[in-house]
Design a protein around this ligand. Sequence first.
Ligand code: ABT
Ligand code: MG
Length: 152
Amino acid sequence: MDVRRQRTFIMVKPDGVQRRLVGEVIKRFETKGFKLVALKQLHASDQLLRNHYAEHDGKPFFPKLLAYIGSGPVVAMVWEGANVVDVSRKLVGATRPSESAPGTIRGDFAIEVGRNIIHGSDSVESAQREIALWFRPEEVVEWNDHSNEWIY
Ligand code: ABT
Ligand code: MG
């Protein structure tokens, strides 16, 4: 598959929504050069969140994780572009905000691992699974850039 058409699932978590960081997150992905192909705000069901975090089912932090991610609305997005899965993880920063570098989203805005603002898929396979979980196929929009026809 064309690496330029790679897609990833990005979610602003409830703390990010409450702190009005949705625009900041979108701005960073847009100015990096990626293309937004799906976007919605929703208060995710417990079942959806259990599916999303199935890899952590049974771990000690799982109940707290579900309570946090289910505590309010999230903003779910699909972003497209070259190597977007790996590059997004770099934009997002390390899982523990104490280890995430300044300049990354978590490094700049988060202090606690249990309130780390944003999710990004950790592999191409995870991205495909998560996009299919959160979006119906028709909610992901194909569009081409025509701005070179009217910006000189
Ligand atoms: P997500 O984007 O939320 O998936 O985070 P990330 O991929 O960076 O980190 P992983 B390992 O997937 O953790 C998922 C969430 O679980 C929380 N967590 C994780 C803990 O609270 N304690 C732990 O020891 C670990 C390993 C942090 C992650 N997100 N949140 N909130
Ligand atoms: Mg993860």
